[in-house]
Write a new protein. Structure first.
Length: 109
């Protein structure tokens, strides 16, 4: 199913063209401008999976997981995009970056 979603997202992006961006990108930008970065807490489960939960997201909660730090990073970025109804094909345009070393925080570049 993930492959179908990716194909759908890229098709939408091709049809809309590079000059058009989803309204969620503006909403995401405004959210970070007004509220700052989103912080995530991490827990390592018994099976080694890393579970992360948002701590300060004002529009709800984000919970995701991964097998390693790289996968968790990708899943957090995808979850943030999903929370703002932004297709994953706009990941580059969103410019989400991890901030800090001790806390896991994400903001716009």
């Amino acid at each position: 199913m993930a492959h179908i979603k990716k194909v759908k997202d890229w098709t939408i992006k091709l049809l809309l063209g590079k000059s058009s961006v989803p309204s969620g990108l503006f909403e995401l930008s405004e959210y970070f401008r007004h509220n700052g970065p989103i912080r995530f807490s991490q827990q390592i489960q018994k099976d080694g999976t890393i579970l992360v939960k948002s701590e300060n997201l004002r529009i709800g909660k984000i919970t995701t997981s991964g097998k390693n730090a790289k996968e968790v990073d990708q899943n957090i970025k995808d979850a943030i995009l999903t929370a703002f109804s932004i297709p994953s094909s706009y990941r580059t345009e969103a410019q989400l970056v991890k901030q800090g070393t001790e806390d896991t925080c994400y903001a716009l570049a």
